[in-house]
Design a protein around this ligand. Structure first.
Ligand code: T1G
Ligand code: NAD
Length: 694
């Protein structure tokens, strides 16, 4: 037997322990080992039943994703599952940790399933741009019915053991060591001579299913699955389970699975899966550096960002104090927090007890003395260097030694802020994204003095706050906002050249962005960008083209949603085009002698997306980003870039860097030096390679 599956006997039960750390993925050796283990157990006269269990921290977490795209190796997973079903002796899956994807499909092929209470089971394949390809779409609906199967398979979200028991995915849940739980249940199955029942032969829940169920489900997922390929194939596969006999349904599932495997979205979403895990690894950090424990926090400023940042700490169970300049500002900030939680409770995405627990962890103050003992302080005051330095000078005198002094600045120089303290080694950027309690990205920004311990602490904090942490170097706008500058520049130029805010937003939302540039700017608040531009106006070369449209909106107090008008006018959160904005655009175009023309959506996408790629190449070459996939993660989790395109750098590689370069060179001829191709892009395109790896 391969070492990937270990064989042992516990009483009259044979135990097959999958031994493929870290997550017991179903690589070739595991598949081979399971078949060999089943054969041995069925031949073993001492064994009356068989338990399949995962060694280490989890059951099987799915197929080995690293094998995708490589030539298939026998045995394939379906033949492993047929061997399980064909076993003369009852086979019990004993589940702890996570039974995901092919792992749950193995369990569904078993005759019985037992779990410990902390276990989770699910079919997350849709998150990888595929669908369950080893019978999951045919067996799960036979256990839980088509509606529940559709929800689990199109969301890809796991369910806890208790719920799995309630809906029939598992047959038994008990506390204790998972192998012992599995062996005891298997022995009970033998003792009670329970008849072997194959899930694949249970048809009652997939018979006479009203076809309208699938139409209604497709209708219901139009918004969430917009632009994606695999979720729709998932519905087709579950529908096949309710319209075809099992064997034909399995065949249909295979066809749909292969369609997903051939879709470019699969490569993009798997790239995103591994990129998210890579982002947390910081080369060069001493192996023995330990993150500091964060048991208490403070936040300065209870504005748009401060409130959301405080909610993250409270949601993670960390007490947090918010400091504001006035009681009125504090009350307003705490009020917004309470309203946000109440909205989540109303929507059912949060329980009232959880809200009460979180609110108890949040308190306010105007006294610096009250925050001195916190393990970390995150500053989120106005985006003005003078104000930031004033605040950090103050923090330097009152925060306890070793506390992390973090700033949520969007663009300002971390080193300059750190230099206003005597402990620059404890200063670092922790750039959250609006709304801070929702957006997953945490762009940590190292200063030249930030210590390895401070870096390790905020990278770990990202995970604690359930964010996706990325480490950026210190430069103007770091990774995300630096790239965004070119994107917004072109979006504003396109307005003067003939497009409307709605046309630009719609073209980019059709491309897959969660929100176009003008709707996003109105959400974030136009005043933040205005403050930044005013602060830099003296640096802008006179001959450089500049669009004054956004400034003129701000001069009229149009800061976006928070003032009821920006690039759009607002009823609540509903944006409608505003003729006032059209007039400002026309006036600006006239002043600059710009001939307006009709602009294609394709040009809008290229003019707005290619600056991300070009600037990304500069950022990579300067080492501001450790790897190109970190840039992708920044845009996937911070700027609503569609995961099915993998991120701007991966997307450019899929198009071909040579083609991207060719178009950038065209724009360079027409629109000037802002479109100067990045040297790294030129080198990779001419070498016919992708971006440098690692
Ligand atoms: N294949 C290969 N490597 C995997 C893997 C997998 N399925 N899952 C995790 N890893 C690696 C991961 O890259 C990381 O590596 C290490 O394991 C620890 O992971 C036929 C076709 C299980 C919940 O989608 O959701 O089955 O960075 O950091 O936070 O229908 O990993 O250390 O080098 O994420 O504790 C379906 C994917 C596959 C589950 C654990 N299964 N995995 O989370 O650790 S498709 C999935 C996860 C399939 C069948 C189809 C999570 C986890 P490294 P980690 P974690
Ligand atoms: P905001 O204007 O909404 O809130 C700032 C708050 O800071 C105000 O309530 C103000 O009263 C308070 N404040 C000002 N000076 C203070 C001081 N000395 N001590 C304590 N409180 C003080 O601004 P915001 O949008 O929350 O931005 C805050 C920071 O976060 C800025 O650096 C900004 O660049 C950054 N940021 C903003 C966004 C965004 O989308 N709004 C996103 C990421 C980062």
């Amino acid at each position: 037997m391969t070492e990937a599956v270990l064989y042992s006997l516990s009483g009259n039960v044979a135990v097959l322990t999958v031994n493929n750390p870290p997550v017991n993925a179903l690589g070739q050796a595991v598949r081979q080992g399971l078949i060999e283990g089943l054969t041995r157990a069925n031949a073993d006269t001492a064994a009356q039943a068989i338990v399949i269990v995962g060694g280490g921290r989890t059951f099987i977490a799915g197929a080995d994703i690293r094998e995708f795209g490589k030539p298939p190796q026998a045995p394939d997973l379906n033949s492993v599952l047929s061997a399980i079903e064909a076993s003369a002796k009852p086979v019990v899956a004993a589940i702890h940790g996570t039974a995901l994807g092919g792992g749950l499909e193995v369990a569904l092929a078993c005759h019985w399933r037992a779990a410990v209470p902390s276990a989770q089971v699910g079919l997350p394949e849709v998150k990888l741009g595929i669908l369950p390809g080893a019978g999951g779409t045919q067996r799960l609906p036979r256990l839980v019915g088509p509606q529940m199967a559709l929800e689990m398979i199109t969301s890809g979200n796991p369910i806890p053991a208790k719920k799995a028991l309630d809906v029939g995915v598992v047959d038994h849940v008990a506390d204790g060591d998972v192998t012992a739980v599995g062996v005891a249940f298997a022995a009970q199955v033998v003792a009670e001579k329970r008849p072997v029942s194959l899930v694949s032969q249970r048809n009652e829940k997939v018979s006479n299913v009203d076809p309208a169920l699938f139409e209604a489900f497709r209708k219901g997922m139009e918004k969430k699955a917009k632009g994606f390929f695999s979720p729709w194939r998932c519905v087709d596969a579950v529908e096949a389970a309710c319209t075809l006999p099992f064997a034909e349904g399995l065949q249909r599932e295979r066809e749909l699975f292969m369609q997903c495997m051939q879709s470019p979205q699969r490569a993009a979403q798997i790239h995103a899966f591994f990129a998210e895990r890579e982002a947390g690894k910081i080369p060069g950090l001493p192996a023995d550096v330990k993150p500091k424990a964060i048991k208490s926090a403070a936040v300065l400023g209870a504005g748009t960002m401060g409130g959301g940042i405080a909610m993250n700490f409270a949601n993670a169970g960390i007490p947090v104090k918010i400091l504001e300049v006035s009681q009125e500002a504090l009350a307003r900030g705490l009020g917004v927090i309470e309203k946000n939680y109440a909205t989540s409770v109303q929507r059912g995405s949060m329980k009232q007890e959880a809200m009460d627990r979180a609110m108890k962890l949040i308190s306010g103050t105007q006294r610096y003395e009250d925050i001195g003992d916190a393990d970390i302080v995150v500053e989120a005051v106005f985006e003005e260097m003078g104000v930031k330095k004033e605040v950090f000078k103050k923090l330097d005198t009152i925060m306890k030694p070793g506390a992390v002094l973090a700033t949520n600045t969007s663009t300002l120089d971390i080193d300059e802020i750190a230099a206003s303290t005597k402990r620059p080694q404890d200063v670092i950027g922790t750039h959250f994204f609006s709304p801070a309690n929702v957006m997953k990205l945490l762009e940590n920004v190292r200063g030249k003095a930030s210590s390895p311990e401070t870096i390790a602490t905020v990278m770990q904090l990202g995970k604690t706050l359930r964010k996706v942490p990325v480490l950026a170097g210190n430069c103007d706008g770091f990774i995300g906002n630096r790239m965004l500058a070119g994107y917004l520049r072109e979006a504003n130029f396109l307005l003067e050249e003939g497009a409307s805010p709605a046309q630009v937003d719609n073209a980019l939302e059709a491309f897959g962005l969660a929100m176009g540039p003008f709707r996003m700017s109105d959400l974030a608040g136009l005043d933040v960008g205005w403050r930044i531009r005013k602060g830099k106006a003296h640096l802008r070369p006179k001959d450089e083209r500049y669009s004054p449209v956004a400034d003129r909106l701000c001069e009229q107090g149009r800061f976006g949603q928070k003032t009821g008008a920006g690039f759009y006018k607002y009823e609540g959160r509903n944006a409608t085009p505003d003729p006032v904005v059209e007039e400002i655009i026309l006036a600006s175009a006239k002043e600059q002698g710009i001939q307006r023309r009709s602009i294609s959506d394709e040009e809008i996408v290229q003019r707005c997306m290619y600056p991300l790629v070009n600037e990304g190449a500069l950022i990579l070459e300067e080492g501001i980003a450790i790897r190109s996939s970190d840039i992708d993660i920044t845009y996937l989790f911070g700027y609503g870039f569609p995961v099915y395109r993998g991120g701007p750098m991966f997307w450019a590689e899929q198009i071909g860097l040579d083609k991207v370069l060719a178009t950038i060179r065209e724009f360079h001829k027409v629109h000037g030096k802002a479109w100067t191709p990045a040297p790294l892009l030129v080198r990779c395109a001419e070498a016919g390679t992708g971006w440098p790896k690692g």
